[in-house]
Design a protein around this ligand. Structure first.
Ligand code: NAD
Length: 479
């Protein structure tokens, strides 16, 4: 199977006929090849986008809404095929792709398609002597670069607001999980999306991604991925004065107070630790537990984790599928070795899981729980992005807060308490862009989403995304 670029409305290989291999994490076997694009392909995509953008903008918000809604309907029609593809490409349980990834991708398209119909801008009357109004116009041609962990979910989270406001897009999904974006391109053709409005260029970050970042006609870059990659992109894009939205790594704390609803907290903390094999930027990876319930939590949590089923992603009863790539599996195992060197005690997991038969070469890992490490060691400071969490006890709220805020990241925090004042006090003091209280991954697409510190720059979601992809112009009329 060939995963082709989508440029100017056509599905086509990269120039020079270059290809990358695409293995499935489920069995380690190559099942497709990916267009290995370079700067020349990005040039073609930008040219197509530049030609298409004025017409797309002129279509008006209703016309763009209609096109995005047609696309959403086609993804919904083919939900099962998308879920199977996402699972095959990424290793995630198909049940998760069915429940989370694909429905959310459809919601992203519909949310921004309709948001644009309801969006207004500001006007300011100035003391009876002037009227100001703010005009918001699409920034032009934008670059959207997305990661492998939630492939179609994060890809659509970027392209939908950009398209809704009237930008034309050159997008690059991760070369590790390109399949669902390719399937989306096929649906774009079927939906009659005007050629050039959305262009999807496949290939590596070093070649295709870097060419998007550096292209002088691309005026804004929306990127989700690792912090080091974000820094590299900023180095190139900032001196060119491109608008930048960076959604980067995390090392999220889950803070558990003794007064929480224990059973609900336990169930949700298992989920926030190991959903998608722990490969969600919002997963809690440092679990801080008030000392009076630490031993009880440890015992019950480890028992729940031991009961999780690592298995075939296609099996409905699987809790954890495969991690995304062999190199990633080795990286995560390397972090566990480091944790042991640092004095950590592995309470459960800690090793690769070998499945039988046709899945013997798949990249599976046991969910891992580690204790005995302080807040400042590398294990508790560096992003692992796999099925690994650490447990740390705390005595006071101040200690929990200092620990939670002690990393260079600030993406999300999870707080478990039924004390109302503490809830607000802690939520205010936690240095992260998202704070979940007594829940996890409960999303309202209207809310600002993004990280503080080295977890990112800017916010996505709702009007934040619509603003990002537009330029504001103030028009002042003297009365
Ligand atoms: P990554 O940074 O390796 O790659 C992300 C994307 O950037 C890919 O499409 C890749 O090809 C591209 N890329 C790589 N080098 C590039 C370059 N020099 N120029 C332009 N593009 C380049 O990240 P990943 O491994 O795919 O994803 C995992 C990371 O993403 C984790 O750190 C995770 O925390 C983060 N993430 C963050 C969020 C968030 O919302 N903050 C969401 C999901 C994932």
């Amino acid at each position: 199977m060939d995963i082709l670029n989508y440029i100017n409305g056509q599905l086509r290989p990269a120039q020079g006929d270059a290809w990358l291999q695409n293995p499935s994490p489920r069995d380690g076997q190559v099942f497709s090849r990916i267009a290995d694009s370079a700067a020349a392909d990005v040039d073609l995509a930008v040219e197509a986008a530049r030609s298409a953008q004025p017409g797309w903008e002129a279509l008006g918000s209703q016309g763009r809404h209609d096109a995005l809604m047609r696309l959403a309907a086609l993804v919904e029609r083919d939900m099962e095929a998308f879920a199977q593809a996402e699972s095959r490409d990424n290793g995630k349980p198909v049940a998760l792709a069915r429940k989370v990834d694909i429905p959310r991708a459809i919601s992203n398209l519909r949310f921004f398609a309709t948001a644009i119909l309801h969006w207004g801008s500001e006007a300011h009357a100035t003391d009876g002597i002037a009227v100001n109004y703010t005009e918001r116009s699409p920034v032009g041609v934008v670059g959207c670069i997305s990661p492998w962990n939630l492939p179609l979910y994060l890809f659509t989270w970027k392209i939908a607001p950009a398209l809704a406001v009237g930008c034309a897009v050159v997008a690059k999904p991760s070369e590790i999980t390109p399949l669902s974006a390719y399937m989306l391109a096929e649906r774009c053709v079927e939906a009659g999306l005007p050629p050039g409005v959305l262009n999807i260029v496949h290939g590596t970050g070093a070649k295709a991604g870097a060419a998007i970042t550096a292209h002088p006609e691309i005026t804004a870059i929306s990127f989700t991925g690792g912090t080091a990659t974000g820094a590299r992109i900023a180095t190139v894009a900032a001196p060119m004065f491109k608008k930048l939205s960076l959604e980067l790594g995390g090392k999220n704390a889950v803070v558990v107070f003794a007064d929480c609803d224990f059973d609900m907290m336990l169930k949700e903390t298992v989920r926030s630790s190991f959903s998608n094999q722990g490969q969600i930027c919002l997963c809690g990876s440092r679990i801080l537990v008030e000392r009076s319930i630490y031993e009880r939590f440890k015992k019950d949590f480890v028992a729940c984790v031991k009961a999780l089923r690592v298995g075939d992603p296609q099996d409905e009863t699987t809790d954890l599928g495969a991690v995304v790539a062999e190199a990633h599996l080795q990286k995560v195992l390397g972090h566990i070795a480091l944790a042991k060197e640092e004095g950590g005690i592995v309470l459960t997991g800690g090793e690769r899981v070998h499945l039988d038969g046709p899945l013997k070469d798949g990249w599976y890992m046991a969910p891992t729980v580690i204790e005995g490490l302080g807040p400042l060691c590398r294990t508790n400071q560096e992003e692992i992005f796999g099925p690994v969490v650490t447990l740390q006890p705390f005595d006071t709220e101040e200690e929990a807060l200092a620990n939670a805020n002690s990393t260079r990241y600030g993406l999300a925090s999870v707080l478990w308490t039924n004390n109302g004042t503490r809830m607000h006090r802690m939520a205010h003091a936690l240095k992260s862009g998202v704070v979940w209280v007594n829940c996890w991954m409960l999303r309202d697409l209207r809310t600002p989403f993004g990280g503080m510190k080295q977890s990112g720059v800017g916010r996505e979601g709702g009007e934040e995304a619509l603003r990002f992809f537009t330029e504001a112009k103030n028009v002042c009329i003297k009365l």
